[in-house]
Design a protein around this ligand. Structure first.
Ligand code: FAD
Length: 106
Protein backbone atom coordinates (compact mmCIF):
# COMPACT_ATOMS: atom_id res chain seq x y z
CA UNK A 1 0.00 0.00 0.00
CA UNK A 2 1.12 3.60 -0.55
CA UNK A 3 3.00 5.45 2.20
CA UNK A 4 0.24 6.97 4.34
CA UNK A 5 2.14 10.22 5.08
CA UNK A 6 3.30 10.85 1.51
CA UNK A 7 -0.15 9.96 0.20
CA UNK A 8 -1.72 12.32 2.76
CA UNK A 9 0.48 15.31 1.87
CA UNK A 10 -0.15 14.83 -1.85
CA UNK A 11 -3.87 14.35 -1.33
CA UNK A 12 -4.33 17.43 0.88
CA UNK A 13 -2.47 19.40 -1.84
CA UNK A 14 -4.94 18.12 -4.42
CA UNK A 15 -8.02 18.74 -2.26
CA UNK A 16 -7.04 22.24 -1.12
CA UNK A 17 -6.08 23.07 -4.73
CA UNK A 18 -9.55 21.98 -5.85
CA UNK A 19 -11.00 24.33 -3.21
CA UNK A 20 -8.72 27.15 -4.40
CA UNK A 21 -9.93 26.83 -8.00
CA UNK A 22 -13.60 26.15 -7.16
CA UNK A 23 -15.83 29.02 -8.35
CA UNK A 24 -16.82 31.74 -5.86
CA UNK A 25 -20.40 31.27 -7.08
CA UNK A 26 -20.73 27.68 -8.43
CA UNK A 27 -23.68 26.48 -10.49
CA UNK A 28 -25.96 23.76 -9.06
CA UNK A 29 -24.18 21.26 -11.36
CA UNK A 30 -20.75 22.29 -10.08
CA UNK A 31 -22.00 21.91 -6.50
CA UNK A 32 -23.46 18.47 -7.22
CA UNK A 33 -20.23 17.36 -8.94
CA UNK A 34 -18.10 18.44 -5.98
CA UNK A 35 -20.39 16.60 -3.54
CA UNK A 36 -20.21 13.44 -5.67
CA UNK A 37 -16.46 13.75 -5.96
CA UNK A 38 -15.99 14.07 -2.19
CA UNK A 39 -18.25 11.09 -1.47
CA UNK A 40 -16.57 8.88 -4.06
CA UNK A 41 -13.16 10.10 -2.89
CA UNK A 42 -14.03 9.02 0.68
CA UNK A 43 -14.81 5.51 -0.57
CA UNK A 44 -11.78 5.16 -2.84
CA UNK A 45 -9.04 6.78 -0.73
CA UNK A 46 -6.36 4.08 -0.59
CA UNK A 47 -5.74 4.24 3.18
CA UNK A 48 -8.65 2.21 4.48
CA UNK A 49 -8.63 3.36 8.13
CA UNK A 50 -8.32 6.97 6.94
CA UNK A 51 -11.20 6.44 4.50
CA UNK A 52 -13.48 4.95 7.17
CA UNK A 53 -12.93 7.86 9.53
CA UNK A 54 -13.37 10.37 6.70
CA UNK A 55 -16.67 8.75 5.67
CA UNK A 56 -17.85 9.00 9.29
CA UNK A 57 -16.84 12.68 9.30
CA UNK A 58 -18.84 13.29 6.10
CA UNK A 59 -21.90 11.79 7.78
CA UNK A 60 -21.54 14.17 10.73
CA UNK A 61 -20.44 17.26 8.75
CA UNK A 62 -22.07 17.23 5.33
CA UNK A 63 -19.74 18.71 2.69
CA UNK A 64 -20.52 22.39 2.05
CA UNK A 65 -20.28 23.42 -1.59
CA UNK A 66 -22.26 26.63 -2.05
CA UNK A 67 -19.16 28.77 -2.62
CA UNK A 68 -15.35 28.60 -2.76
CA UNK A 69 -15.22 30.23 0.66
CA UNK A 70 -17.66 27.74 2.16
CA UNK A 71 -15.94 24.67 0.70
CA UNK A 72 -12.45 25.95 1.52
CA UNK A 73 -13.42 26.44 5.15
CA UNK A 74 -15.25 23.12 5.34
CA UNK A 75 -12.17 21.34 3.97
CA UNK A 76 -9.88 23.18 6.36
CA UNK A 77 -12.04 22.03 9.27
CA UNK A 78 -12.02 18.46 7.96
CA UNK A 79 -8.21 18.59 7.70
CA UNK A 80 -8.04 19.98 11.26
CA UNK A 81 -10.12 17.04 12.48
CA UNK A 82 -7.43 14.70 11.08
CA UNK A 83 -4.69 16.94 12.54
CA UNK A 84 -6.29 16.61 15.99
CA UNK A 85 -6.63 12.84 15.64
CA UNK A 86 -2.92 12.59 14.79
CA UNK A 87 -1.79 15.04 17.50
CA UNK A 88 -0.65 17.62 14.91
CA UNK A 89 -1.18 21.36 15.42
CA UNK A 90 -4.42 22.70 13.96
CA UNK A 91 -4.35 25.25 11.15
CA UNK A 92 -5.92 28.74 11.34
CA UNK A 93 -8.70 28.42 8.75
CA UNK A 94 -8.86 32.20 8.19
CA UNK A 95 -5.55 31.60 6.35
CA UNK A 96 -6.52 28.71 4.05
CA UNK A 97 -6.73 30.90 0.91
CA UNK A 98 -3.44 32.58 1.69
CA UNK A 99 -1.82 29.11 2.02
CA UNK A 100 -3.46 27.46 -0.99
CA UNK A 101 -4.61 30.15 -3.47
CA UNK A 102 -3.11 33.60 -3.20
CA UNK A 103 0.20 32.64 -1.57
CA UNK A 104 1.87 33.88 1.59
CA UNK A 105 2.70 37.58 1.48
CA UNK A 106 6.14 37.43 3.18
P1 FAD B 1 -0.40 17.42 6.14
O1 FAD B 1 -1.42 17.19 7.22
O2 FAD B 1 -0.35 16.43 5.03
O3 FAD B 1 -0.63 18.89 5.56
C1 FAD B 1 0.08 19.39 4.42
C2 FAD B 1 0.14 20.90 4.53
O4 FAD B 1 -1.18 21.42 4.56
C3 FAD B 1 0.76 21.40 5.82
O5 FAD B 1 2.13 21.49 5.74
C4 FAD B 1 0.10 22.76 6.01
O6 FAD B 1 0.78 23.77 5.29
C5 FAD B 1 -1.24 22.60 5.37
N1 FAD B 1 -2.32 22.39 6.34
C6 FAD B 1 -2.31 21.73 7.53
N2 FAD B 1 -3.51 21.71 8.10
C7 FAD B 1 -4.32 22.39 7.25
C8 FAD B 1 -5.71 22.72 7.28
N3 FAD B 1 -6.50 22.35 8.30
N4 FAD B 1 -6.23 23.42 6.26
C9 FAD B 1 -5.45 23.82 5.23
N5 FAD B 1 -4.14 23.53 5.13
C10 FAD B 1 -3.58 22.82 6.14
N6 FAD B 1 -2.98 9.79 8.35
C11 FAD B 1 -3.05 8.89 9.37
O7 FAD B 1 -2.01 8.47 9.89
N7 FAD B 1 -4.27 8.43 9.82
C12 FAD B 1 -5.44 8.86 9.27
O8 FAD B 1 -6.52 8.42 9.68
C13 FAD B 1 -5.39 9.81 8.20
N8 FAD B 1 -6.52 10.23 7.59
C14 FAD B 1 -6.43 11.04 6.50
C15 FAD B 1 -7.60 11.40 5.82
C16 FAD B 1 -7.54 12.16 4.68
C17 FAD B 1 -8.81 12.53 3.95
C18 FAD B 1 -6.28 12.60 4.18
C19 FAD B 1 -6.20 13.40 2.91
C20 FAD B 1 -5.12 12.26 4.86
C21 FAD B 1 -5.16 11.49 6.02
N9 FAD B 1 -4.02 11.13 6.72
C22 FAD B 1 -4.11 10.24 7.76
C23 FAD B 1 -2.70 11.72 6.36
C24 FAD B 1 -2.39 12.93 7.26
O9 FAD B 1 -3.49 13.85 7.28
C25 FAD B 1 -1.16 13.74 6.78
O10 FAD B 1 -1.31 14.05 5.42
C26 FAD B 1 0.18 13.02 6.97
O11 FAD B 1 0.31 12.61 8.32
C27 FAD B 1 1.35 13.98 6.60
O12 FAD B 1 1.25 15.11 7.46
P2 FAD B 1 2.06 16.44 7.29
O13 FAD B 1 2.46 16.84 8.69
O14 FAD B 1 3.12 16.31 6.27
O15 FAD B 1 1.03 17.57 6.81
Amino acid sequence: PPDVEQLGRSTWTLLHSIAATYPPTPTPKEQADLKSFMHLFSKLYPCWVCAEDFQAYLRKQEVRTRSRDEFGNWLCEAHNEVNRKLGKPTFDCSKWEERWRTGWKD
